[in-house]
Ligand binder design. Sequence first.
Ligand code: SUG
Length: 450
Amino acid sequence: MTQQQSTVHEVNFDGLVGPTHNYAGLAHGNVASMSHEGLASNPREGALQGLAKMKSLLDAGFMQGVLPPQQRPDLGALRALGFTGSARQVLAHAANEAPQILRAVCSASSMWTANAATVSPSADTPDGRVHVTPANLQSSFHRYLEPATTARVLAAIFRDEAYFTHHPVLPATPAFADEGAANHTRLCESHGDPGVHLFVYGRRAFGGEREPARYPARQTLEASQATARQHGLKGDQTIFAQQHPDAIDAGVFHNDVIAVGNGPVLLYHDMAFLDEDATLDAIRARLATPLIPVRVPSEAVGLEDAVASYLFNSQLLSQPDGSMTLVVPGECQENEAVWRTIQDLLLAGYNPIGEVMVKDVKQSMRNGGGPACLRLRVVLSAQERQALSGRVLLDETLYADLTAWVERHYRDRLVPDDLADPQLADESLTALDELTQLLQIGSVYPFQLG
Ligand code: SUG
């Protein structure tokens, strides 16, 4: 490793849980979202749980970034759908005529930043810049509302054109259904080394393979290939593997619900890929260092337990000594088979996973978002970190400021009926206006009320 490579680190950019966080049952095929519809949420607790996770990782020596939530309710979307009048009238009409639409435009789903974009580090791209493609999230209406603001936020933070290249969102149509980094894993020796990119897709738009029967496949091969092309990744740097359709039908709506990779380690369930052997062979053929597959068989953890516990939606993070820390949600500790499997992984000598951290992100988990959903991984060199705009890298002061901001502005209880309350829209707007100043990211929101 060269001197320059050793200053390269992965920065996890976690999404802040927004002030309208609620349980609207919006995500078909996401078992947690479907089963918690209508439950009272606690946005304040959700945001504080997210911040506490970020803070523990910072304290453990990892680099941590933060991404802002989006402006909700999205009044612009309601107006585009024909609701007219003042903000108050628009909200009232939507609540009366189309409560499902109102719920969708209030979702705080941008917290799951693993779906914000696909990012390739500069070590892998032909122009030596970090490449970013915001995901179109066209599979659901509430998430389709995110990309325009996501693109503005990412462009504001990764602004310096000498280091960062931004690509257009892929055409928002089923053929190019894209859910971002949740279906993209970079494997390498260490983060500064060139890596290979494992893109996992749920279906092919143009032809042929098996598809899930019960739930939608949210990522197409064509979308993954287009992203790889945009980033200039070549055939010897990419693997395109189909996710097992039976896993999608069991509630595994993204690959990051059934596999996680870091460095040369791929932790995965035996039902992750339709063709497990071919997938591993293709990775081995391209990876410059020996792959360390950590396979969890169905006999140890069934698909249902994998989905309920989110074992694979853990973060796998590199320590300076080469060992790795697994950051799992609290639900893993409550599941006997899963907890036993984690203990076995820690004791096994063949993999570098040496430590487990358990984090409580229940508010997010009830909508199907675990520790890994809440973060976008961006591998950055020292110069690239230096080139970031805004105050987005977490330190003690930013953590204190954000915690105080949440405590000032967030409610501790929301039920779907509260979403029509114009006061909630005002509160969110005030909170976000203050946040843009706190994070120094400029005007990234449409800020339309009135
Ligand atoms: O897209 N849930 C999100 C969870 C995303 C998790 N992300 C990753 N696995 N990377 C989704 O299904 C539920 C919202 C609601 O029902 O209110 C929701 O959108």
